[in-house]
Design a binder for this molecule. Structure first.
Ligand SMILES: [Zn+2]
Length: 318
């Protein structure tokens, strides 16, 4: 195209042969002038038409060449950037599906809570160590970042009469230093069932069904006595090691078991405080670490990887 422009300048530009000829007009005799001028004008029109045709032709040629390039199926394609779900989202959705298939509803609450819903209503005395500044993030106005999603259970029990069958998944905060198994931000899902004649057996069944649906039918679960302020009796829940199947390995520290979380029967004191008839109703609650479950499911060795947003890691979950 630029070659054509140069040639056009030579024939039709200010210093062109044509302009030189027009300059000769003044030397031509009056009787020859019309014929001379006419032929010059005709040449000019013919040249202009020629260049215009050539320009159009070249333009079309370059378009059709481009079109051919686009439809060349042998060329490598451009892969569009594609997003994917975060492993924690994948696991959370799976957990929600499992519990919803057992008739649970999903309840959500606030990340910023007051002391009443995070501690008092959960039977945690004011001198309990978990309430101090070293463990809990307090805000200037006296509220705090919830240390557990049990706060949602309290709000549900305040507002809805039994029967209650909910899970409350969400983000929790504790003043922990980040390492391979701790993070100041982590994800929990708590389950709460309140109805007449709910027993520890119901808790064990629910836990076993959940573990099987998440990790396969071979998995075993067990509970061990423990203490939590808001459940009585309280228990720790374990699951047979998903790496070695229970025979003992590095992941389970040769014990064959992995800790799943805390559980127990709702303390009648909690029911009394929330004006639920503790003579008529009983219930169980348990809490599971979503991050821990994701680590077990996807064989992730370090909790921190889940929060670093490193694309090399996240791309595996496409
Ligand atoms: Zn193991």
């Amino acid at each position: 195209m630029s070659d054509l422009a140069n040639i056009k300048a030579r024939y039709l530009g200010k210093k062109s042969v044509l302009v030189e000829q027009y300059a000769r007009m003044k030397d031509i005799t009056p009787q020859d002038k019309p014929a001379f001028g006419n032929s010059l004008n005709q040449s000019k029109t013919a040249l202009e038409q020629l260049f215009s045709d050539k320009e159009t032709e070249l333009k079309h040629k370059s378009w059709s060449q481009n079109k051919d390039a686009v439809s060349d199926l042998t060329l490598p394609g451009v892969i569009p950037a594609q997003g994917s779900l975060h492993p924690l989202t994948i696991v959370l959705r799976e957990i929600e599906d499992v519990f919803m298939s057992m008739g649970f509803e999903v309840a959500e609450g606030f990340d910023i809570e007051d002391e009443y819903h995070n501690f008092d209503a959960l039977n945690t005395p004011s001198d309990h160590p978990s309430r101090n500044l070293a463990d809990t993030f307090y805000l200037k106005d006296g509220n705090l970042l919830r240390t557990q999603t049990s706060t949602v259970q309290v709000r549900v029990m305040e507002n809805y009469p039994p029967p209650i069958k909910i899970i409350s998944p969400g983000r929790c905060y504790r003043n922990d230093k980040a390492d391979a198994s701790h993070s100041p931000v982590f994800h929990q899902v708590e389950a709460l069932v309140v109805d007449e004649e709910i027993s520890l057996g119901d808790l064990k069944d629910t836990l076993q069904i959940f573990a099987e649906r998440m990790f396969g039918s071979k998995v075993k679960t067990r509970i061990r006595p423990h203490f939590f302020p808001f459940t009585e009796p309280s228990a720790e829940m374990d699951m047979s090691c998903v790496m070695c199947g229970g025979s003992g390995c590095k992941v389970c520290k040769q014990s064959g078991w992995l800790e799943l979380g805390g559980a127990g029967m709702v303390d009648p004191n909690v029911f009394d405080m929330l004006k639920i008839d503790s003579e008529k109703y009983s219930g169980f609650a348990f809490g599971l670490g979503i991050d821990r479950i994701a680590m077990m499911k996807f064989d992730i060795p370090d909790l921190r990887i889940l929060f670093e947003n490193d694309l090399r890691f996240l791309k595996q979950f496409r």
